[in-house]
Ligand binder design. Sequence first.
Ligand SMILES: Nc1ncnc2c1ncn2[C@@H]1O[C@H](COP(=O)(O)OP(=O)(O)OP(=O)(O)O)[C@@H](O)[C@H]1O
Ligand SMILES: [Mg+2]
Length: 272
Amino acid sequence: MNRTHEVTPRVHLSHVSRTFSPASRGQPPFQALGDVSLELWPGEFVCLLGPSGCGKSTILNLIAGFDRPDAGVVSIDAKPVMQPGPDRGFVFQQPTLFPWLNVLDNVTFGPRMAGVPKAQYLDDAYRYLALVGLKGFEHHATWQLSGGMRQRAALARAWLPNPGILLMDEPFGALDAQTRLTMQELLTSVWAATGTTILFVTHDVDEALLLADRVLIMSARPGRIREHLHVPFERPRDIEDLADDPEFGRLRRHVLHIIRDEAHRHAGQELS
Ligand SMILES: Nc1ncnc2c1ncn2[C@@H]1O[C@H](COP(=O)(O)OP(=O)(O)OP(=O)(O)O)[C@@H](O)[C@H]1O
Ligand SMILES: [Mg+2]
């Protein structure tokens, strides 16, 4: 990617900290993030890896505008984030569909609430539902879908407003290996076609190396970016080819080493 100094990052966190108030009196406040800086360049696919509790969801919530930093600045196209907006789509780990709405009404919820005329989104809604493999299920109730199908509906819903930025919090973590692979392929093909900027949280090193242009590895207490890793593999990528690539093995080993090191450091902190 050509990054001259004139290019503005799509998303920029500059020296961001976030400390949460204690749940009960007498306990100290908890610093979830300490001095986090990161940039997402237009059209980039970045994966965020790190131990549980290191602040990955906190970062996503700040970019989404659900939360505000105590110090530092979160900006999109050089403007500070003040609130959520349709320029940012969010996919949560658990599909959050309204149980009283059918699949199509769930997927079109955003534009319907915003008063967008039906003619402007209905064809796209059917198209995205077909793309995620839910053609024929448009009028099903959500309880008639499997967990994987619900997550695919949530993906179609996030995509429908055509957000420039997609924030994905372990979206495929609960899926079986086969569905996950299908979803990874679908995500990369739609990403390549739309040029969306994606920040994707995962615990799965192989998933990060398959999907990302860059992987950011976090450390915990407080959460910081420990390492920025460029993923050099050409696209389109194939997981089977990658598995045979010695460079993939080397990178995988490197990332696992850092994660293990973090886990040991963490265990040491808990014992001390
Ligand atoms: N609203 C909140 N109030 C108090 N503490 C919070 C709040 N949100 C997050 N935290 C704390 O901040 C830390 C980071 O939380 P966060 O959810 O960002 O972690 P994570 O990296 O996403 O973890 P996981 O991989 O388990 O999802 C945790 O210790 C969590 O308990
Ligand atoms: Mg989380």
